[in-house]
Design a protein. Structure first.
Length: 458
């Protein structure tokens, strides 16, 4: 075991030699789920939070997102933000794109770059859009055929099942002019931000839903919508992105029904850089119930959500997760079980949501983690220069261990993220630990070496 306290900056920069376009690489077993990779070919792990401003519109859009969001996230060890953007702000009138909104997105991306946070640009919708009192698809692109809509102020998710909302989704998926408009919107975004260093990917639409057929139950309808409407939509939108951006990852979501342990009906998306991006919510817990470890929900979710990436050989990043009431008696157990599960199959996750207050917020007004959410801050390997054999954090002992075989070509630098605290980092094998600051560490290994990294709280 070799350890050193050499200054890391220049050495790390020299060793981060690009190896060409990033691509999904398996960890060895062909049955494994591939891992996400960066531009140096290193295996990425993303951990972070959604960042949003749902209230600000027009001249006030994105004003609630500040530099502090990214400074504080990075200070607690997070390297990933899923940034919510809204089509209704980008294109408030058909064919007229808001330069002001694009500049505000760019301002947010600049803050992310400053603090070395990867950003996923998410085309967000809730209950389709402003025609139904929410955000997302513009009113000019909303067609309901005169079907009724009744608001549900105490249960907004129930509004997805209103006839007008369901019909609006059908028109978005099936009407040729709306298809073209949605594709143009994505070309505008991708063309503007393809070269921004903070942008890692594009999430094509948040929590897509659709119209239930006569006599269909919800799981059957979800699988049909995913197979017959979402799959062709994602292929169209991926083509639109690729017309201006060949390299950035494209994230695709199933319907939210996957949260109940229902495997998706999505088919193949013909693009080499697709990421499967389900959400991880439980209906009972969203309604205020405590976590029930005996119910087996996390286990059934994990079994269901891993089928698609195994079949189509794509990485997984969970785009949203986290209960509304995180202080119930079993929530400490929930966060420990959830973090262990997410680490078994995914390349990362974004919790919901990084804001300063109550409700879903990760931290309070002073920036202190709210009850149990501190359990999301763990040591992890942000980028591994080689094939990962195992990676796990033991919350009981406070020890993180990473084992990998270093690559024989390309970058030799493995990067670790450390949450606040006093951590000791050691490497065994033909490797050297380069320590830069309290929140980051770098390991440089000889080509082809078997390396074990241990991070221990002092």
């Amino acid at each position: 075991m070799l350890r050193t306290t050499l200054a890391a900056g220049a050495v790390v920069a020299a060793l981060l030699a690009p190896t060409g376009a990033a691509h999904a690489e398996s960890t060895g077993d062909p049955g494994d789920i591939p891992v996400l990779t960066d531009e140096h070919g290193r295996a990425l792990t993303l951990r972070g939070w959604n960042v949003e401003d749902k209230a600000g519109r027009g001249d006030q859009a994105l004003n609630a997102v500040t530099e502090r969001h990214f400074r504080d996230m990075r200070a607690k060890g997070f390297n990933f933000a899923r940034l919510l953007v809204f089509w209704d702000d980008l294109e408030p009138q058909r064919g007229r794109y808001s330069e002001t909104y694009l500049r505000r997105i760019e301002r947010v991306l600049d803050w992310a770059e400053k603090y070395d946070v990867h950003v996923l640009i998410d085309a967000h919708q809730d209950v389709f859009g402003p025609a139904f009192g929410h955000r997302g698809v513009p009113e000019w692109a909303t067609r309901t055929d005169g079907l009724p809509f009744t608001p549900h102020p105490d249960d907004w998710f129930a509004e997805y099942f209103e006839p007008a909302v369901q019909r609006a989704f059908t028109h978005l998926y099936e009407d040729e002019d709306l298809r073209r408009a949605q594709a143009r919107m994505w070309r505008v975004l991708a063309d503007r931000f393809e070269d921004h260093p903070a942008v890692l990917g594009y999430d094509l639409i948040n929590e897509p839903m659709g119209e239930l057929g006569e006599g269909e139950d919800l799981p059957t309808a979800a699988r049909r919508i995913e197979r017959e409407q979402l799959t062709p939509m994602y292929n169209r939108l991926a083509d639109a992105v690729r017309s201006v951006d060949r390299d950035t990852w494209v994230f695709v979501e199933p319907t939210p029904i996957v949260g109940e342990g229902v495997p998706t009906g999505l088919g193949r998306i013909d693009d080499p850089k697709i990421v499967y991006a389900p959400h991880f919510y439980n209906t009972a817990m969203e309604a205020g119930a405590d976590y029930d470890p005996a119910a087996g929900w996390i286990e059934s979710y994990e079994q269901a959500v891993t089928q698609y990436p195994k079949e189509y050989k794509v990485p997984v990043v969970v785009g949203e997760w986290g209960p509304l009431n995180n202080a119930l008696p079993n929530m400490n157990r929930f966060y420990r079980d959830a973090m262990a599960s997410l680490g078994r199959y995914g390349s990362g996750w974004a919790g919901y949501v990084w804001c300063y207050g109550g409700g879903y917020c990760a931290v309070d007004g002073a920036g202190t983690f709210r009850t149990n959410k501190e359990l999301t801050a763990q040591p992890y390997a942000e980028a591994v220069a080689g094939a990962v054999r195992s990676s796990a954090y033991d919350s009981g002992s406070g020890v993180y261990r990473l084992e990998y075989d270093s690559g024989r070509r390309g970058s030799r630098v493995t990067e670790l993220s450390l949450p606040p605290g006093n951590w000791q980092v050691a490497a065994r094998g033909k490797a050297v630990v380069l320590r830069k600051d309290a929140g980051r560490a770098w390991v440089v290994a000889a080509p082809g070496a078997r390396v074990t990294v241990t991070v221990t709280r002092r």
